[in-house]
Design a protein around this ligand. Sequence first.
Ligand code: SF4
Length: 342
Amino acid sequence: MDLTQLEKIFLDKPPFYLKEARRAVFGNLIDDWKQATTMPSELRGKLNKQCPLDISARISVSKDGTAKTLITLDDGLKIESVLMRYSGRNTVCVSSQAGCPLGCLFCATGKLGFKRNLTTEEIVEQVLFFARFLKKENQRVNNIVFMGMGEPFLNYDNVMAAIKILNDQKQGMAIGARHISVSTIGIIEGIEKFIDEPLQVNLAISLHAPNNKLRSQIVPANKKYPIEKILVCVKKYISKTGRKVMFEYIMIKEMNDSPTQARQLASLIKSLKTKLCMVNLISYNPSLAVRESRQATGIFEPSPQETIKNFKNILQKQGIETTQRFRFGQDIEGACGQLAAK
Ligand code: SF4
């Protein structure tokens, strides 16, 4: 779908037509212009030729109901997105880049290297695909998280333009800003810009380690964006927006999951002197791509559930709100850190 092309087609028509077309695509979720019955049939034919609505995608569904889609972009590159279904809520995890330049050690996407940034339309299409899928069951997309392939703040403008379309109540997908979250590894320039955005979109920081030495080992971008710089920025974000920040922490066995590391993490969070922070513990998901690439250097393993429970207790005893993310779609490699566009 090419939104610029769509606008061009409607240039010589009253503005009402373009609004109607956008409502049909994002509100009524049509997948063929023939379904836009309020438009003249000649125009619908032209739209189908010059601005087709089909999305080239394959879907696989996990035992737990999680669905993963592999979308082939116009230039042949492939990206993945995931639909997680839990407690009657449907959350789409979207990708912002094809591949990723940051190479975090636990992440399958990082092993692919960087191909290119996704366009605004390519980001929106991932949500549109699942919205059409859910429509067949009379359900809708409730939440969106930018935690798929890529670092969203390295594709800032397209991610924000996509969020505006997803959030637009009249001509977009009408998903509330508070139901949209952007997760960053800590790109300071991105967080700085994000602070000034008028939308109430949530911010999550992928921290994964409680000190710079360890974090630089598993998140190489930490050398440029160390923990103390990120925390200064987060503090600024909270004082300016009054919104909560979530710190994501992937639990890797005997790497970052000891009681001492839990206490270190608690001190970091407490140093922010606010209740507007929380920690989300994520069980590490081994993926084939990571296993293959780490054969020479040792293989990461998920922390045992008991270890995660202890870690969580330590944080909670120090007064830190802590949740544990459920594993979604592990059997289809659709869980956190497993997306590799296979
Ligand atoms: S975890 Fe995120 S930032 Fe790190 S390599 Fe994977 S996609 Fe990139």
